[in-house]
Structure formats: structure tokens, C-alpha cells
Design a protein. Structure first.
Length: 218
């Protein structure tokens, strides 16, 4: 299966570097490049890539707004966004994750790590380890000193809250199944229902919700 990838970055050399890497990888295919957020949104709608590598800081429509638009567009439902940033604790990274990004990478990422990240995201898994997500949340916790919208958890059953808290701890479906003495299929069903009830795109967003609602502690 070939993974279709798009890139958005206002720096020509950065785009060229990532493009060359993708084109040189057998199971990845470059479907387009964009120089700003507006072009990125248009490209996502036209090409519907599996994974979009998105720079945050671009002129005009930045990567944060482009992420919001793409994540909120039903036509781009299958597109997963990976934020590209110069600094791991970029002030916009947390907002990008909340807006619908599935993870982030620093621009000096090792080529093999980039390939692995694209494959992980395309498979629908979380790119960020919960410890990394926790560090990002902690860095900007002053902006949200109290749990945000804890009533969202009222949508979940007690068991679903248990599963969500374990997702926030970084456990896989199999590990959650062992912890709660359930079958992996049952856990998978719980995860699917949690995603639907909370309107989350993937496990990364579930981790964010768990921290913001106070279910998981920073």
C-alpha cells in the first residue's frame, strides 16, 4: 500500500528536502506541495493525501489555521496532519494538536524517523508518546489553569472513562485489555465509541481531551 503524502512549508529548501526523501521511499508517494496555509487547504481538498506534513509558521494563512480548516472539512476526513516545527515546545504545537493534528516533528528529524512517523500516522496510530504530549500540555498549562469542559466526560460510560485514562497513560489496546481483563476486540470497540462520542480524530486527540478534562493529571 502506497502512502500519499503532501507537504506545506514556506521555505523552498525545506520543502525540497522533505520531497526528495518521500520520493526516494518506495511505499511513499508525494502528491503535492504548498507554500502557505491557503494553498495547503486547497491541496488537501483536491488531493486528499493520507498524511500532510504541515509547517506552523507560514505567511498569510498559517499552519495552525490550515490544520483547523482541513481537520474540520468532511472531504478531508481521512487526511492526517503532522506538524513540522523548529522547536519541540513551540507555543503553537499544543493548539495545533487540539485543532486536529495527529502529532508533530521537529524539522531536524532523522530521515528514518520521518518515514516511520508517516507510516505510523497513516496506520491511524498516535505519533506522540503520552510523555511528550504531557510535556507539551505542561508547558502551556498556565493558559488553561483549570480543567477545560470536564462535562465532556459525561458522554462516556464508566468503562469508557477507564479506557480513556489508560490511553492517556500510553497503553496499547492489548495492554488495556490485559489491565481490564477484556478482549482486545472489546477494547477496540470501546476506543471507537470514545472517538465518536468525543468527536476526536485519533488517539492523540484523546490524550489531549484526557488532560484537558482533568481525567489525566499533568
Amino acid at each position: 500500500m502506497t502512502i500519499r503524502v503532501a507537504i506545506a512549508d514556506d521555505q523552498v529548501l525545506v520543502r525540497a528536502g522533505f520531497a526528495s526523501l518521500i520520493e526516494a521511499t518506495d511505499d511513499l508517494a508525494l502528491v503535492g506541495q504548498a507554500a502557505d496555509g491557503a494553498e495547503a487547504v486547497d491541496l488537501a481538498r483536491r488531493s486528499q493525501p493520507d498524511v500532510f506534513l504541515m509547517d506552523i509558521r507560514m505567511p498569510g494563512v498559517d499552519g495552525l489555521e490550515a490544520t483547523r480548516r482541513i481537520a474540520g472539512d468532511p472531504a478531508c476526513r481521512s487526511t492526517r496532519i503532522v506538524i513540522l516545527t523548529t522547536y519541540e515546545l513551540d507555543e503553537y504545537v499544543f493548539e495545533a494538536l487540539r485543532a486536529g493534528a495527529s502529532g508533530f516533528l521537529t524539522k531536524d528529524v532523522d530521515p528514518d524517523e520521518l518515514r516511520k512517523a508517516v507510516r505510523v500516522i497513516a496506520a491511524g496510530q498516535a505519533l506522540l508518546a503520552p510523555s511528550v504530549t504531557r510535556r507539551v500540555v505542561t508547558a502551556f498549562a498556565d493558559a488553561v489553569p483549570q480543567p477545560r469542559a470536564p462535562e465532556r466526560l459525561e458522554l462516556l460510560t464508566e468503562r469508557e472513562c477507564e479506557v480513556l485514562s489508560l490511553i492517556a497513560c500510553g497503553l496499547s489496546n492489548d495492554e488495556i485489555a490485559n489491565r481490564l481483563v477484556l478482549s482486545p476486540l472489546t477494547v477496540k470497540t470501546h476506543v471507537s465509541r470514545i472517538l465518536a462520542k468525543l468527536g476526536a480524530r485519533d488517539r492523540t486527540q484523546l490524550v489531549i481531551v484526557a488532560f484537558e478534562t482533568g481525567l489525566a493529571k499533568i
